[in-house]
Write a protein that binds this ligand. Structure first.
Ligand SMILES: Cc1cc2nc3c(=O)[nH]c(=O)nc-3n(C[C@H](O)[C@H](O)[C@H](O)COP(=O)(O)OP(=O)(O)OC[C@H]3O[C@@H](n4cnc5c(N)ncnc54)[C@H](O)[C@@H]3O)c2cc1C
Length: 326
């Protein structure tokens, strides 16, 4: 399971970091803030575009990076709210083609107080807790000001020579944000002819984010392939719903040759832990070589029996594999 030599020196686009600090944020202005889900969904996700012209963020954010948002107000300790990060969902030249307007994909975080998490929790307390920053962002209207910092992140980036690669992008939830930007960048700006497979996992069809855009891109570019794995609905053939790793396992005829191709780079973004199922399937199918190495202790265990905690400790990704989970 050694790393193929061609990936040992993979060079990523050079990112600028921390041009705007949290203590001296810039002021952006919201341009638009519209739902990017289709039809009625139990979740609320917005495509939020923000004008950063004239600030240090203008033209300095790369696709794959994130920026910080500072919600106004104080937390329960009377201190300003901590910065929250949001992935860029536009290509590196922004929504406007000149890096003046950046965007992200914001999901409202809404949690019901679960009973008895701690000893003194009231099991009859069923209040809703609204995430501070995601709801602040989703409530913003065109013209509103918003304090931003960043850019953040130097690892979840496209390679310096994007045309030399094929890609497998795997997303769950708002993990789709960077892949919207990367798909636009690779197909419409770089004009790559390499293969791009995007696999989006969602609980229900109605939770698919930017679904119309990806279907449009798939029609337009024959090298772009859009896959969806729906976990809580039966498949059209009546079989049970599936998670992204189960989808890959079922379609090995597509994904095994893609992942075994030395050109391919793997990007995973979304819910924390989603990488575990993928790594397990890849190890079972002996396609882990080059994307991750397995530490000694795990090597003696059959991948079918790998547990989440063992994967967390025992799998080390290489520079051919980019993971951003939160
Ligand atoms: C690199 C990176 C990129 C990211 N990109 C994106 C992105 O593109 N889009 C996106 O939407 N998010 C993204 N995130 C996540 C984002 O940074 C925030 O963590 C997320 O929006 C939640 O922040 P919040 O302020 O709304 O929630 P918080 O206020 O931080 O609360 C967190 C959660 O706890 C719940 N909660 C709060 N208090 C209680 C309580 N007492 N009892 C029970 N539950 C409670 C809230 O409802 C919420 O679900 C990214 C994170 C990282 C690290």
């Amino acid at each position: 399971m050694a790393t193929p030599p061609e990936h040992k020196t993979l060079q990523l686009s050079e990112a600028k970091l921390g041009l705007v600090s949290v203590s001296a944020p810039i002021t952006g202005r919201v341009v638009s803030n519209d739902s990017c889900l289709k039809g009625k969904s139990a979740s609320f996700v917005k495509h939020t575009t923000i004008d950063v012209s004239g600030t240090a963020l203008e033209g300095n954010c790369l696709v794959g990076q994130a920026f910080g948002v500072l919600a106004p107000g104080l937390n329960e300790k009377g201190k300003p709210h901590k910065v929250r990060l949001y992935s860029l969902s536009c290509s590196s030249d922004g929504e406007d083609g000149s890096g003046k307007v950046i965007s992200t994909t914001t999901k409202r975080e809404i949690t019901e107080e679960q009973s008895s998490q701690k000893d003194n929790d009231d099991s009859n307390d069923h209040r809703l807790f609204l995430g501070v920053c995601s709801n602040y962002l989703c409530d913003l209207k065109p013209g509103d000001e918003v304090k931003l910092s960043g850019p953040n992140g130097k690892r979840f980036l496209l390679p310096l020579a994007p045309k030399n690669h094929d890609y497998l992008f795997v997303a769950t939830g708002t993990g789709i944000a960077p892949f919207r930007g990367m798909a636009i960048e690779l197909l419409e700006k770089v004009g790559t002819t390499g293969q791009i497979h995007l696999l989006m996992g969602a609980p229900y069809q109605t939770d698919l984010i930017y679904d119309d855009l990806f279907r449009r891109l798939e029609k337009k570019y024959k090298n772009f392939h859009y896959h969806t794995a729906i976990s809580r609905e039966n498949q059209p053939d009546g079989t049970q719903g599936q998670y992204v790793h189960q989808y890959i396992e079922k379609k090995l005829d597509i994904f095994k040759p893609l992942l075994n191709n030395p050109r391919t780079l793997l990007y995973i973004c979304g819910l924390a832990g989603m990488q575990s199922g993928l790594f397990k399937v890849m190890a079972e199918q002996e396609i882990s070589g080059g994307y991750f190495s397995i530490r000694e202790k795990l090597e003696s265990i059959n991948p079918t029996d790998w547990e989440l905690s063992q994967i967390r400790r025992g799998v080390k990704i290489t520079d051919r594999c980019m993971v951003e989970v939160y």
